[in-house]
Design a protein around this ligand. Structure first.
Ligand SMILES: [Zn+2]
Length: 404
């Protein structure tokens, strides 16, 4: 490391410390800005010679990153567990993290930059679906940019169940395929390679025109077990839902590819992940037991509605359309909210009326309660409550309930 990068890193860490004291949060993004301002090219310098794993995809990347970090069990690694996944967040994670392995959640749009700067040993791809309609509006455009970025990458660990991931993954030098699942399929109706129809059947998917089809997975799930050619590893996660088993499968496949970790030990460490950047966190708040959950796009809502289905406890839905939420909430109409019928549903948030209309069309009775989470739970009987927010709504709700 040059003395200039070393000095910049020192200053970045100091800035992160000041930011943490003044504003709370991790200070990672400020650290990243300071690092890059004082030493342009520091990201490349700080990743040279290190074992780098990048994790990207529309859904699950924060969880996969957290699970990979836990599974590796390396206390000196550098990562961005707070989900700061654009350029400044990545630079900040390198400035403030340890000097061991590097595991970085990477925003879908920043993947080409991150690959060029960090020259990763491996890239993990979860899925690609519509998200932030006013920004990542075109799934295929992202797939095209990924395909160009991944050319020359030594290894990709990719979800075999999503055509929009498989096609760019094929550009890498080697692939490990994981049957991580795909509940949301509306963005995979056309082939990313040729644009013709893509068909799904019970055993997989395939293009009706070209030869793109679901690759044979190296890793798959049977119940709660992760299975490979000669391997069966029981997964005991504290994180809920089928989709988190898929996230764990991708994480363990990535850890297996590092070659230095005993996989059964790695799998045991996954149980130590109880929440991911506040998601799935259980909080006692005003006489209620809250479970905090984030659903920011159609694929995410679909998974969470599945997850909540067996439960009949009241639900608070908080919905905004600010900043990173994307200004266009029309995707609400891509998801069926019918699984919430018959449950006690409270709605709030700055775009609460959009969600009220959507729920009414699905015959879900809901009550609009303006104000904060405290106002929402005040109208509910004591006991368990699921709180689901999209991005900015979730952050605000989390801050409120953590304050108590
Ligand atoms: Zn095709």
């Amino acid at each position: 490391m040059s003395s200039r990068v070393g000095m910049a890193r020192y200053a970045a860490r100091a800035a992160a410390g000041v930011a943490r004291r003044l504003r709370g949060g991790s200070g990672t993004v400020i650290a990243g800005h300071v690092l890059e301002a004082l030493a342009p090219g520091a990201v490349e310098a700080l990743t040279t010679g290190r074992d780098v794993t990048l994790v990207t995809g529309t859904n699950g990347k924060t969880s996969i990153t957290a699970l990979t970090v836990a599974a590796l069990g390396d206390e000196h690694l550098a990562s961005n567990p707070d989900g700061a996944n654009t350029r400044a967040g990545i630079a900040g994670a390198l400035a403030t993290g340890g000097d061991g392995a590097v595991v970085l959640e990477t925003d879908e749009g920043w993947l080409p930059w991150a690959v060029a700067q960090t020259r990763p040993a491996r890239v993990v791809l979860s899925n690609l679906s519509r998200d932030q309609l006013s920004r990542h509006h075109e799934v295929r455009a992202l797939a095209v940019s990924w395909r160009a970025a991944l050319a020359g990458v030594p290894l990709v660990i990719a979800n075999a169940d999503d055509p929009a991931v498989v096609w760019p993954a094929l550009a890498a030098r080697r692939q490990v395929w994981v049957a991580a699942g795909a509940r949301w399929t509306a963005d995979a109706a056309t082939c990313p390679a040729c644009g013709r129809a893509c068909r799904r059947g019970p055993t997989g998917w395939g293009c009706t025109s070209c030869d793109l089809r679901r690759p044979r997975p190296h890793w798959w799930l049977e119940g709660n077990d992760l299975c490979g050619e000669d391997t069966r590893i029981p997964l005991r996660l504290d994180l809920p839902g089928r989709f988190n088993l898929g996230n764990a499968a991708l994480a363990l496949a990535a850890v297996d590819a590092t070659g230095g970790v005993q996989l059964h030990d790695a799998a045991r460490r996954l149980a130590d992940v109880h929440a991911v950047a506040g998601r799935y966190q259980r909080v006692r708040f005003r006489g209620h037991d809250l479970r905090m959950m984030l659903a920011k796009n159609p694929a995410g809502w679909l998974e969470l509605l599945d997850l909540m289905a067996p439960d009949r406890c009241p639900v608070v839905l908080v919905f905004n359309a600010d900043g990173v939420d994307g200004r266009d909430p029309s995707w609400l109409y891509d998801v069926s909210f019918a699984p919430l019928r018959g449950r006690t549903v409270v709605v709030q948030g700055r775009r609460a009326t959009d969600l009220m209309v959507r729920l009414e069309l699905d015959d879900v009775e809901a009550r609009l309660v303006r104000g904060s989470i405290a106002d929402a739970v005040w109208v509910l009987p004591a006991g368990r409550v699921d709180v689901v927010g999209n991005y900015t709504a979730f952050q605000t709700a989390l801050k409120e309930v953590r304050r108590g």
